[in-house]
Design a protein around this ligand. Structure first.
Ligand SMILES: NC(=O)c1ccc[n+]([C@@H]2O[C@H](COP(=O)([O-])OP(=O)(O)OC[C@H]3O[C@@H](n4cnc5c(N)ncnc54)[C@H](O)[C@@H]3O)[C@@H](O)[C@H]2O)c1
Length: 349
């Protein structure tokens, strides 16, 4: 094996796509997936690659500094791609402390472990921190987030991610740790946990349940297909400039209401229902506190420096996503029933 890479949060939505991308594309890399398997971790996401010779899973909580250090000492990684996080804004409003523990303390534990085993010999080493555009706060009707946009987080989730970004940069500035960061816009795609807008709406349209839209539906997000995010991470991990951050997006802004209407249209077509059927399920609900109006990424730097471009349009990505959910009802049923939590016990014990 040429390299050993630790990927944290590899059983989650985005992490599982990153693990798959690396396991398949780099058979000469040893990929170690570290995940605590919280409610968001689902090893069924990796069923298709879990028997590959270059893939290893270690159940560990990144808030446990001693355990993390022992894993780093055992596997001696050349690189870390850090995705493990508490990631759901609504949950951060009800339990902010959990977000500080995992997103801030957990990140610092990983930085310490990398610093400890690399011992100032940083040749060929890299710590890639995966972050979000939410650290930049909210935009008005115009403007885009660039890499140098001032941080202005509003939710406990984005505040914890902003803090972790600062620690990653501080370890670079203070100790010379080789780092890169990516700040990505909203992801969608296969394996998305059904508490999030797109899979929730797919599930609810299938079962004739209301489609909840916050406020007036004008909240605007910039959407990227999850596999395109995984490809961007691969590119930045290998070719990004040491110490730099890259905003990742597809110049693809949608107001929530327009997105849900596009989803309704595609679902009606795919399910053979009369046009307008799913639209009738749209229900406006009370707004979330501190809700940011608009996020939009300026992805020029990654495009110009590294030649990055998303591989699909939003309509194509949405169609692939809907097909995946329609063809993977077992996955969805296991997630909604909680049965996915038994998978680790059944497969790994
Ligand atoms: N989902 C998005 O749209 C989006 C956009 C930009 C950036 N991000 C970032 O990408 C990363 C992954 O996001 P996601 O949507 O896949 O999240 P997710 O919630 O689906 O997955 C998170 C994973 O981390 C694991 N985890 C949580 N706490 C842990 C802990 N203490 N120790 C070890 N593992 C732990 C969970 O078990 C899960 O497998 C996060 O850092 C998030 O901030 C997400």
């Amino acid at each position: 094996m040429q390299k050993t890479i630790i990927i944290t949060g590899g059983a989650g939505f985005i992490g599982s796509h990153v693990v798959r991308e690396f396991v398949k594309k780099y058979p000469h890399y040893r990929i170690i997936n570290i995940d605590a398997l919280t409610y968001a971790g689902n090893l069924e996401n990796l069923r298709d690659i879990e028997r590959e010779a270059n893939y290893f899973f270690v159940k560990a909580d990144i808030t446990d500094a001693a355990h993390i250090l022992s894993i780093f000492q055992e596997y001696q990684p050349d690189g870390v791609i850090h995705l493990a996080a508490e990631s759901h804004v609504d949950r951060s409003i009800t339990n902010p402390t959990a977000f500080v523990m995992t997103n801030v303390i957990g990140t610092v534990n990983l930085l310490n472990a990398a610093k400890e085993i690399w011992k100032d010999n940083y040749e060929g080493k890299r710590f890639h921190h995966v972050s979000t555009d939410e650290v930049f706060g909210a935009l008005g009707d115009t403007g885009l987030f660039a890499e140098d946009t001032k941080y202005d987080p509003h939710s406990p989730y984005s505040a914890s991610k902003a803090s972790s970004d600062h620690f990653v940069r501080a370890y670079h500035d203070t100790y010379g740790l080789p780092i890169v960061l990516t700040n990505c816009s909203n992801n969608y795609g296969p394996n998305h946990f059904p508490e999030k807008l797109i899979p929730l709406c797919i599930h609810n349209i299938l079962h004739g349940k209301p489609l909840p839209i916050y406020g007036d539906g004008k909240y605007t997000r910039d959407w990227l297909f999850v596999i395109d995010h995984a490809k961007a991470i691969d590119l930045v991990f290998h070719q990004g400039k040491n110490g730099d951050s890259y905003n990742v997006g597809g110049f693809n802004e949608w107001q929530n209401i327009d997105l849900v209407k596009e989803l309704c249209k595609q679902m009606d077509e795919k399910l053979g229902r009369p046009a307008g059927t799913a639209d009738q399920l749209i229900t406006y609900v009370k707004d979330r506190p501190g809700h940011d109006l608009r996020y939009a990424i300026d992805a020029s730097k990654i495009n110009e420096e590294l030649g990055y471009k998303p591989s699909v349009t939003f309509e194509q990505g949405l169609s692939i996503t809907i097909d995946w959910f329609l063809n993977n009802e077992e996955w969805l049923n296991h997630v909604t029933s909680g049965d996915y939590r038994k998978y680790y016990e059944e497969q790994y014990r």
